[in-house]
Design a protein. Sequence first.
Length: 450
Amino acid sequence: MTPATRAGAPAEDSDDLDVEEALALVREPKDTAASAPAPAEAPGERRYERHRATPWPRAREIAARAARSGSRRTPVSVPLAESLGLVLAAPLDALTDLPSFDSSAMDGWAVAGPGPWAVREQGVLAGHARPEPLTDGEAVRIATGARVPSGTTAVLRTEHGRADAQGRLHPTREMHHGQDIRPRGQECRNGDQLLPVGTLVTPAVLGLAAAAGYDTVTAVARPRVEVLVLGDELLTGGRPHDGLVRDALGPMLPPWLRAMGADVIGVRRLGDDAKALHKALSGSRADLVVTTGGTAAGPVDHVHPTLERMGADLLVDGVKVRPGHPMLLARTKENQHLVGLPGNPLAAVSGLLTLAEPLLRTLAARPAPEPYTLALGEAVHGHPHDTRLVPVVLRGDRAVPLHYNGPAMLRGIAAADAMAVVPPGGAQQGEETELLDLPWAAAGIEVCFT
């Protein structure tokens, strides 16, 4: 795998974009066609319908930076059991020496001085009180992790010792001073910095924090997300019938967002109700509101008019990507954003990966994943002008495109390991193509569905 370096794709963490530039992207023309005199508006036409789509790499950059515009989020104290996947907001400093006492690294005998040794009758176990000191010529049975008696010069492993007829212990191989003893402070001393601010809490970090005496860690809180499912045609149970379809996004989005590190605080079904949408957005306390459907210009597409009524700032109003080009990103309040996903399921997935993932990552202070590429296992047809996101499975050093990748289909993405970023015009078999990992496919800590 090699870093993705496709020309014209700006790095998401570059410092040359601020939120005002993002706003300018939806206010100013982006190409020659857009800079031409605007045609007269047709009845019901809205200004955001004309040439407002943002290039896909730029849209992801805007989303990553948009979350930095609000005030700094207050760190929280989180129990270890609940902190997996968070980012440390304070250094993890050692609260004690590690180990906090001299201990045995192996099962065997603690010995003092040169052998042979007389062996004490009672042994030393882990977790017990400090044992009696040893004097030269003495040995005592000891378990791994037990405190070594004072006076101990080494630990003789069980398999490296033998007893003679008088019961004295002899080594079967050469020993050296301090052998198989873990000295106090070998790993760290009290007050040493173990991990800096910005460290991602992995299972290993949890183990280190617990070993160092922590019950809680100070971390960046999970972003709070509320999901608003729009559409009168959606069923919550049973088979599709009479022009009604099953809601696929209601069941899919909450666990997907949790896998991205979010705390989903609510899922509400509003139908095609402009008043209900306005009330829900006005009253939401989430850091990010995710809506499904209603982002186009149909008779019951209420997202744009509602955002205009609220005075929201449109940061991204359409993206040059297939599927999912009607997606949008808006700043609805000082510390709140909205990602409007298209209603088609795979188009909604495209919106999650394009806009929601970079924004949530920034809110959670998580590092951006290193971009990488793989060669395509077969050619992929491209859109003439837009990026395409295509589900793929990873087979060795190849990314094999999956079928059933239409905007309304989930069959392909359900079997996928990643999404291939196909540039305008398509990609040939064997061509290196950037990949976006799905959070569960990487078998990483992001798989936290509950």
